[in-house]
Design a protein around this ligand. Sequence first.
Ligand code: PLP
Length: 349
Amino acid sequence: MEKTDDLSFAPDFAAARAYFRTRPDYQPTPLVTLKGPCGCDVLAKDETNRLGLGAFKALGAPYAVARILDQRWHAKTGANLTPEATQTPDAQAFIAAQTFVCASAGNHGIGVASGARAAGAQARIHLADTVPESFADRLRAIGAHVVRSGAIYEDCVAAATKDADDAGDILLADGTWPGYTTYPKWVMEGYCVIPEELREAFEASGQWPTHVYLQAGVGGLAAAMAHMIRLNWAEQPELIVVEPDVAACLQASHLAGKASRGEGPESIMGRLDCKEPSIVAWATLERCGVRYATLTEAEGVEAAEQVMALGIPTTPSGAAGFGALIQEDAKRWQDKTFQPLVVISERPA
Ligand SMILES: Cc1ncc(COP(=O)(O)O)c(C=O)c1O
């Protein structure tokens, strides 16, 4: 396994965009306008059908799988794994012998499994008891081997790490921790497609958001978005990172000035229920100047109901950004210059 504690994040976002543009199933997801409280317009990036997988996570792991296979093939042969090369028996045998292992709260596992399957590799996904069986069924349907390996997500991260080490397989996590950062940065590099699609849409419309609400689990999505927004958006919005109040590890890290746990019971916002932050995501968010918000369980449920009533079926995890938006002070809603943007990050399973 690679060993690095490099907390920098300098994604090759053009490579990620180029990769997806070669895929026949790729197209930018819709940017729609919803009616928020007081009838205000809310821009919503609808990720609920990204690449047919039901969540933005379809951009992360499948891209990282392709990059990792290319890197390994290059190390073995000195050549890149081009589309033509993948047709050769040697490359096919090589790919078929690669197994990707991860822990998942659901969507990352689906990304790993679908990336592995598309390439012709194998996937073994560790799920906590808290992840609905519907996710396990979806994983099996895309050829993954599912292991139930703990009561909560963090147990599964430990189990997946040990499993990959013991078996000599490839650990592809979406979180980072001391000694493990390279591959998850490639996952985050894939997420950079979202802010790039948005930048192009705003450059065309001229209607830039003033506030962007980003829900976070380990923080990979929020950090990728924040990094790209600060890097190349012409108009700079306020960035708000939104977590369940029972799993506010990024906010806890911000307050402590070092990576810290967010303690609490299980959250109904299952995909955001990460008690430990990605250290790279946290460091990136600190550099980007974000503020933090939390949602109660009831606020998460309310957010999902409101977004569904506005026409986008989603979950409390998928609607959490909208949940933080509706907590805003009434004065903000009356401000005619207020232009919020949210990401609806998944459809219901
Ligand atoms: C639907 C959904 N929204 C948001 C997140 C949070 O992403 P991250 O863990 O990168 O912060 C996840 C993570 O699994 C997710 O599946």
